[in-house]
Design a protein around this ligand. Structure first.
Ligand code: TXA
Ligand code: MG
Length: 318
């Protein structure tokens, strides 16, 4: 580690996963693909290992981490799961769905993972590499997105290297771009079974609510400082000014298109929101690397996953 040495990227095959597990075992940092974005993993039960995540990312210490686990059985060791959370985990996991639930008093977690909160964020990722790694480790993995704090999230091994090269021990590369392309939906579930969305993402909570939930439904309008400490207004930034809902474009703007607007790159030529979600961070990385000093983004409809796309774009522009 340290600024000078380049971080090695290895294929996420059996040997690569075994090496990653050994590095994690002794408290190191490994970037690993998930179905949402690349995560920067460390063992969640080690204060030293978790401290390295905050240092490598330059992440503020008040911003807690998501703990990744194999299944609901492992989740029960860390949290007092309200029955709503049990049901949801059994129906949906592995999935891009993170649940913020009451932490167990005896949870074997480094205190920094939860940044002093009485709750913990849990997710079982739906990705073969991350699942293979979790199976190879006998501890859960704390993993924020694998980017320097505030910068655009990574959906490929190259994106990870763009901001963390030399700062972490290993990058596992499965050769694909992350399929969902946006961070998991985060839902807080309380003892009284009320719940609220802390971050929009691939799992649409409105749909979910229609089919499964009788519990009182409260959607947080804006993120609340205590429940969603990491939802900083400025985030996902490509480091230059961004204009949203753009209809006309200046020659010095890198244009991110959608549908009829072709742009310098497009989120989806056919105007498909799922494809736009998958491509969002790649387009922002391209825009960051372009010579053009400003960025303009075409209008994205505020429906379904479009809500999550616009949430990330607003933070990128803040
Ligand atoms: O898809 C994802 O969720 C990715 C992959 C790697 O799993 N991870 C990710 O982590 O997006 P990160 O650190 O970039 O975002 C975690 C979010 C932050 O906004 C943080 O504040 C929130 O989860 N969070 C974590 N623990 C929390 C808690 N106990 N209460 C409320 N929010 C919490
Ligand atoms: Mg992040």
């Amino acid at each position: 580690m340290g600024g000078k040495n380049a971080t090695e990227t290895v294929l996420a095959d059996t040997a690569g996963i075994a090496r990653a597990a050994a590095i994690l075992e002794r408290g190191g940092l490994v970037a690993v693909p998930t179905e949402t974005v690349y995560g920067l993993a460390a063992r969640a039960d080690s204060p030293e290992a978790v401290a390295k995540i905050y240092a490598a990312k330059g992440r503020p210490s008040f911003n807690p981490l998501i703990v990744h686990m194999r299944d609901v059985e492992q989740a029960r060791r860390l949290a007092d799961l309200p029955s709503t959370a049990e049901t949801l985990a059994e129906l949906y996991w592995p999935a891009p769905l993170t649940m913020v639930v009451p932490k167990r008093a005896d949870a074997d977690l480094a205190p920094a993972v939860t940044a002093g909160l009485p709750t913990v964020a849990l997710r079982s990722p739906n990705h073969p590499t991350m699942q293979a790694l979790l199976a190879a480790c006998d501890f859960p993995l704390a993993a924020p997105s694998a980017n320097r704090s505030g910068f655009v999230s990574p959906t490929s091994a190259a994106h990870v290297a763009a901001t963390l090269d030399g700062r972490i021990d290993l990058i596992l590369d499965d050769g694909f771009a992350c399929t969902e392309g946006l961070e998991s939906t985060i839902v807080a579930i309380r003892e009284d079974h009320s719940w609220s969305e802390l971050r929009a993402g691939p799992v649409d909570l409105d749909q979910l609510h229609k089919f499964y939930w009788d519990a009182p439904y409260k959607r947080a309008k804006t993120s609340n400082a205590i429940e969603a400490p990491g939802q900083l207004a400025s985030h996902y930034s490509p480091g230059k000014p961004i204009r949203l809902n753009a209809k006309n474009f200046a020659p010095d703007e890198f244009v991110i298109g959608f549908g009829a607007v072709a742009g310098d790159c497009t989120l989806s030529g056919k105007g498909e929101l799922n494809q736009a979600a998958t491509r969002l961070y790649d387009c922002l990385h391209l825009a960051a690397g372009s010579e053009k000093p400003r960025i303009a983004v075409a209008t994205i409809p505020e429906v379904g996953i479009g809500r999550a796309i616009n949430d990330r774009l607003r933070r990128a522009a803040a």
